[in-house]
Design a protein around this ligand. Structure first.
Ligand SMILES: Nc1ncnc2c1ncn2[C@@H]1O[C@H](COP(=O)(O)OP(=O)(O)OP(=O)(O)O)[C@@H](O)[C@H]1O
Ligand SMILES: [Mg+2]
Length: 248
């Protein structure tokens, strides 16, 4: 039996009169790479933020790595945030800090490495995202794609058990996008990281996802393999794949 690391039980989330999630169920097993697909504004980012408690549901229960996320205070959620890292849609680096300081930030919040260990850890993380030697630069000196990769290096800094990726390849050239996909596969296969990936990038989905779920009008209307999604799935899902260039 696969161990569930994320569980949504009849979760509802609204902003004022706008119902984004209408009683959804979702379970993610350890080691899965689940892609959340759906139209812009369908609630994909909201779903990710519910997983680690950045947002709270109005109704339903959310359990992540055994933590009852919906019932815990911000303070009680801190240990969970070490194990669940979140790559924000826009990257969200601190502009006043160098690349080094940005990546060091979560490490120093939770551990006390020697300065030598910190330096080599950060060099290794930058190597993973193919950005060696840019420690001293500020985010404003980087391209959008480089910022995104630094944000990914920072998200990997604490060796998370779960990674939430919000559009990890948007705005990257295809070669860099492919390198990110390879890195995600590597994290999956050698470190058994569990991932939830929100993306519109169909080639990325085809490369990394072990399962896809599709969000439509407040519900997960589909959960299954990538192959079935592209061919046998309900109409909105199939159309999404066709428009993205994946034909049966
Ligand atoms: N903090 C918030 N306050 C009010 N409304 C919000 C908030 N966050 C999200 N929403 C609304 O919830 C809905 C879903 O937003 P979400 O960001 O999850 O969309 P998405 O599926 O990630 O879209 P995209 O593909 O464009 O990123 C949208 O209608 C959005 O306006
Ligand atoms: Mg979004």
């Amino acid at each position: 039996m696969m161990e569930n690391v994320v569980l949504f039980d009849r979760v509802s989330k609204a902003f004022g009169a706008k119902e984004v999630l209408r009683g959804v169920d979702l379970s993610v097993g350890r080691g899965e790479t689940v892609a959340i697909l759906g139209a812009s504004g369908s609630g994909k980012t909201v779903s990710l933020k519910l997983v680690n408690g950045l947002l709270r549901p109005e109704a339903g229960r959310i359990e992540t790595l055994g933590y009852h996320v919906s019932d815990l205070t911000e303070r009680e959620l801190l240990p969970l945030r070490v194990k669940v890292s979140y790559l924000f849609q826009g990257g969200a680096l601190f502009d006043s800090m160098t690349v080094f300081e940005n990546i060091a930030f979560p490490i120093l919040e939770h551990t006390e490495p020697s300065s030598e260990a910190l330096r080599s850890r950060i060099a290794a993380l930058l190597g993973l995202v193919r950005l060696e030697g840019i420690e001293a630069l500020y985010p404003s000196e980087l391209s959008g794609g480089m910022r995104k990769r630094v944000a990914l290096a920072r998200a990997l800094a604490l060796e998370p058990e779960i990674i939430l990726y919000d559009e990890p390849t948007t705005g990257l050239d295809p070669v860099t996008g492919l390198a990110i996909a390879e890195l995600m596969r590597e994290l999956h296969s050698s470190l058994h990281v569990t991932s939830i990936v929100v993306t519109h990038d169909i080639p990325l989905v085809l490369r990394v996802a072990t399962r896809v779920v599709f969000l439509h009008e407040g519900r997960f209307v589909y959960s299954g393999t990538v192959k079935q999604a592209a061919t046998e799935s309900p109409e909105p899902v199939r159309r999404f794949f066709e428009a993205g260039g994946a034909h049966a």
